[in-house]
Design a protein around this ligand. Structure first.
Ligand code: TA6
Length: 276
């Protein structure tokens, strides 16, 4: 009933061999299992009590990526540190909602409504976010990104397809621009690259059980690839020293150019992860 819903912290989904867990805090998917095998990474050092963002799973970055005005404005936006409300739930699907409040308007003075549906079906985890601008007169500019932590046995063995020939900005090298010349990107050191206008499908090999994960996206032109490696890991209080080996972040987003939607308009950003 409504009373129990308000105090609920997590939502569990189940569909045949697939299971998922979503925290209302940030509407962050923290677990996605196929036949009991966990596909997402969440750090054991992550706070799960709502005092900070969840370090792992699939946090939602909105309305801004990275730093957007110092300590007064939360890094990677406020969606991942705000409690969402559960609107609908079935065995294999749940829909969450976040609307503007006095607090969100203090960071970012726009009216908005986000509707987020997470669905598990076979070997796929489907995340669909509808971003709505209820204003009668104002345009709404925003950035959006799924900060997905893919669990892997050893990040040094994975490859990511679909990036060759694309421009990217490298945050580990002064945010300078480069062109990717590798057919398959590997992680061989600290990596923090923002690739623009990438294809709608990327394959990540050597994920859990040696399987390949397909990341399929729409409404999300960019892909950020992040792994802190050993040195930088130490600067994160919500990562354990060796966590970096166990995940790669492949983050589908629109972060290079802002999306602008007019009054009454709606934008849909979808990510589908499939274990092949
Ligand atoms: O998306 C990549 C990134 O922005 C990195 O630059 C790195 O700092 C990371 O996200 C983690 O940030 P967080 O605020 O989640 O600790």
């Amino acid at each position: 009933a409504a009373g129990t819903m308000a105090t609920e912290q997590i939502v569990n989904l189940k569909n045949g061999d697939a299971e998922a867990t979503i925290y209302l805090h940030g509407a962050t998917v923290t677990s996605w299992k196929i036949k009991g095998n966990e596909q997402l990474f969440v750090s054991e050092a992550s706070k799960l009590d709502g005092s900070s963002h969840i370090m792992g799973g699939v946090p939602i970055v909105f309305p801004k990526f990275a730093d957007w005005g110092g300590p007064d404005r939360p890094f990677h936006g406020f969606a991942r540190i705000t409690r969402w409300s559960l609107k609908n739930k079935s065995d294999n699907s749940a829909t969450f909602e976040l609307v503007d409040s006095e607090l969100t308007r203090s960071y970012w003075n726009y009216q908005f409504k986000l509707e987020y549906t997470v669905n598990i079906d076979g070997n796929a985890l489907r995340s669909c976010l509808s971003i709505q601008n209820p204003s009668k007169s104002e345009n709404m500019p925003f950035e959006i990104l799924y900060h997905t932590f893919i669990r892997v046995p050893d990040v040094r063995n994975i490859t990511i397809s679909g990036l060759k020939g694309l421009k990217y900005n490298d945050k580990t090298r002064n945010f300078d621009e480069f062109v990717e010349n590798r057919d398959l990107v590997q992680i061989q050191g600290m990596t923090d690259s923002v690739y623009r206008s990438t294809p709608d499908v990327h394959l990540i090999t050597n994920a859990v059980g040696g399987k390949t994960i397909e990341l399929k996206k729409s409404g999300l032109p960019d892909l950020v690839v992040w792994n802190p490696w050993s040195e930088a890991s130490k600067t994160f209080t919500d990562l354990k020293p060796y966590d970096w080996k166990d995940y790669v972040c492949t983050e589908a987003g629109s972060v290079v150019k802002q999306i602008v939607i007019g009054p009454g308009q709606n934008y849909v950003a979808t990510q589908i992860l499939t274990v092949l």
